[in-house]
Design a protein around this ligand. Structure first.
Ligand code: MLT
Length: 325
């Protein structure tokens, strides 16, 4: 027994020494951040802005890898099974929490497969439509959707996406199921909305703000308690007559389970620097959002957020009765 305890003590001290040595040199090569949606969408936009600033702070290149499909769960699964060495990360959003209920056969254990780096930003959602859709306000859109429920098409980025969640809240609020069209991200979905191939979408301002101010799509409401400085003429869902549709899309950075705490702490410090970067702050403001606070850009804050959001959305999703499998 004594020998066993002695060998365990040696192993533990060796592991601590290894982790400490890792932390001294980390990062010493390119880091990959997986975006679990197609390029050009809101998650991709947020990630590239933050990765550029973190790369400057860390002194290493950060490449973004888009792994779309299944509402973000394919990309999350890719990182869950990656080496826990700090060189493969995931930037994902509220979908990490909703997918835990929506997918009853996930390839990973949401609360057991990741280490936490920190929260990044919380992005408002907007109810938008192709430019020539007839309704001119949200009340009119609701009436139009109910009257054309078998033909109106709603774009989203797959079950588990933020656009799916907001679309589900919209259909629950108007008590009318609509035809949904899934994409690998709302980047390609926006292309079809602009081309008139799909009718409406609920998407994040990081993908819609530019199109709304440019007049290339129609906007009906924003899902925040107050109007946005970036979109002052856009009413809130409460104002526009759809209370209970407030939803903010929080984003976090994760690493595979087993990634040394020294590494996730170094990444959290770098994330905190990046969220104060003048370009990140300015671009986020233009896109209708803002960086998370220093206190929120920490492993503990992200862990607490994910746990509370899984608990919050579980009954809502179960009431809607929409599952992926
Ligand atoms: C979503 O959840 O709708 C995603 O944010 C879409 C995307 O980032 O492409």
């Amino acid at each position: 027994m004594k020998k066993l305890l002695a060998s365990l003590a040696v192993a533990a001290s060796f592991a601590m020494a290894t982790n400490a040595a890792v932390a001294q040199t980390y990062p010493d090569r390119t880091i990959t951040v997986v975006v679990p949606f197609a390029a050009g969408g809101p998650t991709d936009t947020v990630t590239r802005l933050v990765a550029e600033a973190m790369s400057k702070d860390l002194g290493q290149q950060i490449v973004v890898e888009n792994v779309g499909g299944a509402g973000g769960t394919l990309g999350a699964g890719r990182v869950a099974s990656a080496d826990p060495d700090g060189y493969t990360l995931l930037l994902h959003h509220i979908g990490m929490a909703t997918s835990a209920t929506l997918y009853r056969k996930l390839a990973y254990d949401t609360l057991g497969a990741f280490e936490y780096v920190g929260l990044v930003t919380e992005v408002p959602m907007t109810i938008v439509a192709r430019k020539d859709l007839e309704p001119t306000d949200l009340k009119g859109l609701v009436e139009y959707a109910k009257a054309n429920k078998d033909t109106v098409t709603v774009a989203n980025a797959g079950i588990g996406a933020a656009s799916h969640l907001c679309g589900m809240l919209f259909m629950s609020a108007i008590q009318t199921p609509l035809v949904t069209v899934p994409y690998k991200g709302t980047g390609p979905a926006m292309t079809d909305l602009l081309g008139g191939q799909v009718d409406i979408m609920c998407d994040q301002t990081t993908n819609t703000a530019k199109q709304i101010t440019g007049g290339t799509i129609k906007a009906y409401a924003v899902t925040t308690p107050q109007r946005l400085e970036a979109l002052p003429d856009l009413p809130t869902t409460d104002e526009a007559g759809l209370p209970g549709m407030q939803v903010g899309i929080w984003h976090g950075i994760y690493a595979p389970k087993g990634t040394p705490a020294e590494v996730t702490e170094r990444l959290s410090k770098s994330l905190q620097v990046a969220l104060k970067d003048s370009n990140v702050v300015a671009r986020f403001a233009e896109l209708g959002t803002a960086p998370s606070s220093e206190a929120d850009a920490t492993p503990a804050a992200l862990k607490a957020k994910l746990e509370s959001e899984i608990a919050r959305w579980k009954p809502i999703i179960e009431a809607a009765g929409q599952y992926a499998d």
